[in-house]
Design a protein around this ligand. Sequence first.
Ligand code: PLP
Length: 397
Amino acid sequence: MMKSTLSVRPAWAEINLDHIAHNIGLFRKQIGPVTGVMAVVKADGYGHGARKVAETALQAGASSLAVAFVDEAVDLRQAGIKAPINILGYTDPSLFAKVIQYNLSPTIFGLDTAEQFSVQARQHNVVLPVHIKVDTGMGRVGLLPEEALEVITRIALLDGLKIEGLFTHLAAAEESDKSYTAEQLLLFNRILDGCLERGIPFPLIHAANSAAALNHPTSRFNIIRLGLSMYGYYPAPEMQEIEPKLKPALSFKSRVILVKKVPAGRAISYGCTYHTSRESLIATIPVGYADGYSRLLSNKGQVLIRGCRVPVVGTICMDQMMVDVTDVPGVCLGDEVVLYGRQGGEEIKVEEAAELIGTINYELLCAVSKRVPRYYFKDNKLSSISDIFDQESVCSD
Ligand SMILES: Cc1ncc(COP(=O)(O)O)c(C=O)c1O
């Protein structure tokens, strides 16, 4: 049974694992049977919980996982996950022992790093699988096109390393002007062909993030790195209308903990940035910026109560915020509040909140903080709750 009273913290995120499986299924259909899916579960699975998302993604047809740094991967191994894990960010050679112990594949984008890994691999008589990254226009990590062929050729000669993959990251794949991505892919293909001509094969070749997987079929090579869209979101507002129709996995919810009749002309919250213009019913919600509901939404955001949109009034505090429920009949203690998600026929998309404050859905999803318990739904029912104050509990019927 769902814990629904105010005896548990009335602020939680519901994660619909069926939706994640559904989204992967849609991509699987679109990319065909031979292209793999690397499920990107960094940043605690974009706020959804990396362990649960990883398990779900693998069951739904992902072939491997990707995280940003070693400790994120170690956490997945400690949860018993055996699938290949690619570390997308920088892995310092001093982490060699951990990388080997947990059977991880670091990304290499420098000869020095490759040599240091190679020396240690030979000393320990092991072979380290690595992915090589080239920077075809993201301007972040990766070998520049002008150096890539030479450096990769030298890395390929190093003992103790097995080059498992070649990849790049696309900087503008969500844009309707496809020219920048086309240029990046041209450069990537040139480097790839150059390597193949030199007899350097790559079992895995990858370039596509969510936007590219949707917008640029030629970027898919033999595996896509699927992040945001696996969670059910589109990488840019203008992509919302395109197929396939993804299902968002996260809803952010709370409950009314107080409803107060306040006379006209009263200030609400820090800084007195809001004054009631009439006698008002003000409800307090026990969610604040420490829970990941941005303070920038003060006097801007809306939430759903009793199926109606109500405005956030006053400054959002660390642990609480206020909304004006004067126009919604019957609001009372314990009523469900939806910050992101659906209630009745209404929906507040995370994109709507992101647009109000000039950011992106990625950031708001990752921001939902650890102190917000995650309620996992699987096979249409609550399957477990993950709460940093109460570890994890499994729910039975
Ligand atoms: C290197 C790399 N690949 C893939 C992804 C996944 O991107 P998306 O979430 O847009 O699918 C990311 C995410 O930032 C990334 O940094």
